[in-house]
Ligand binder design. Structure first.
Ligand SMILES: Cc1ncc(COP(=O)(O)O)c(C=O)c1O
Length: 383
């Protein structure tokens, strides 16, 4: 592990460090695509689809140009449309709800659990109406949603579950990979994700062969035979170069997840005496630790101090979806989802990535302790 130079900035995410390490392998993989000129889908995408399906223990993986497209197609595959409702969380990246809006349906928000930031299964039944067509939970920050009660509701009301696993590559629920519990699941390979492309990428997983076949057609202009179009489709194909890059990176995913979990453990240890509310794992979960989000009412002041010391941090997410201008037409107002609204006010994302050194973690936690006036044991002082 390298030694951090005194007072060197600590970025929120250090993608250059990852790319430097993988550069020869990435060059070779991208070179193969340049050689065969399979830029749209092609053998590298097919190979990655097979590898990611095997990794997740799913029957089928269909590569997409991004995660938003995969979510859109998942709802198209369920024939969700105008007049329908889809139950989801108000505390997520906006794309979860874009997919519902794209098919003309209405997002119906349900508040979240205070500890996990995920949709609260205990509140779902009361949101179900005769128009409900699906439930779309998110494994936010890489922490699995509580799937047992969700699956029970899904069975009881015959409502398919679509997992938004965009942030949860490598996460497990009771030892089994997330993304394999619902009718379908959707992943994002946006560059900053735990498994990220060198550009945009996404995938849809399912064990249903008929859905998989239709998903392949819908992502490629609604066509399974060239120039014959069975239904209105989209140009949502994964690029060959992204398939090649993701194939290389998938081989590192488990060790990267372990690295992220090491960082989380270290934060937990070093921040235990501060008044911050820390993101603890539920007993059913092995989080992918995509983001490490702490909570405190004074998070704006803490964020300002961290930034002053050149420590990168983020807000995920400052405005819950029911209060976004784009979703004003749904008619929600402030106070409708108090747990999500408080999370939005208090959340602060600290740097977390496998390359983050113990020394850098100590520097981050040192500033936080200084903020709260928590004495640092002399031996832990960072130099
Ligand atoms: C929870 C969630 N859902 C969906 C998406 C959409 O993925 P993409 O950015 O690849 O379209 C993202 C990624 O940003 C996400 O974090």
């Amino acid at each position: 592990m390298s030694i951090r130079l005194k007072n060197a900035p600590i970025p929120y995410l250090d993608l250059p460090a990852q790319i430097r390490l993988l550069r020869p392998e990435l060059d070779a993989a991208i070179g193969r695509v340049l050689d065969n000129c399979s830029f749209c889908l092609g053998p590298e995408v097919t190979r990655f689809e097979k590898d990611f399906a095997r990794y997740s223990k799913a029957e089928h993986c269909i590569g997409f140009n991004n995660g938003t497209s995969a979510l859109h197609i998942a709802l198209r595959l369920l024939n969700v449309g105008p007049g329908d409702e889809v139950i989801t969380t108000p505390f997520t990246f906006v794309a979860t709800s874009w997919a519902i809006a794209y098919v003309g349906a209405r997002p119906v928000f349900v508040d979240i659990e205070d500890q996990t930031f995920n949709i609260d299964p205990a509140l779902i039944e009361q949101a179900i109406t005769p128009r409900t067509r699906a439930i779309l939970p998110v494994h936010l920050y890489g922490h699995p949603v509580h799937l047992d009660p969700l699956l029970e509701i899904s069975r009881k009301f015959n409502l398919p579950l679509v997992e938004d696993a965009a942030q949860a590559h490598g996460a497990t629920y009771r030892g089994r990979s997330v993304g394999t519990f619902g009718r379908m699941s959707c992943y994002s390979f946006y560059p900053g994700k735990n498994l990220g492309a060198c550009g945009e990428g996404g995938a849809l997983l399912t064990n249903d062969s008929a859905l998989a076949e239709r998903a392949r057609s819908l992502r490629d202009h609604g066509s399974s035979t060239r120039y014959y179009h069975d239904e209105i489709g989209y140009n949502y194909r994964m690029e060959g170069i992204q398939g090649a890059v993701l194939g290389v990176k998938l081989g590192y995913l488990d060790s990267w997840t372990q690295g992220r979990r090491r960082v989380a453990r270290k934060y937990e240890q070093l921040l235990s005496e501060t008044p911050l509310k820390l993101p603890r794992e539920a007993d059913y979960a092995q989080s992918a630790r995509h983001l490490y989000v702490v909570r405190h009412p004074k998070r704006n002041q803490l964020k300002a101090l961290l930034e002053e010391r050149e420590i990168g941090c983020g807000l995920h997410y400052p405005v819950p979806l029911h209060l976004q201008k784009a979703f004003q037409y749904l008619g929600y107002s402030s106070g409708d989802f108090p747990v999500a609204e408080r999370a939005a006010r208090e959340c602060l994302s600290l740097p977390i990535y496998p390359e983050l050194t113990d020394d850098a973690i100590q520097a981050v936690t040192g500033v936080i302790k200084e903020f709260f006036g928590v004495a640092e044991p002399a031996a832990n002082l960072h130099s």
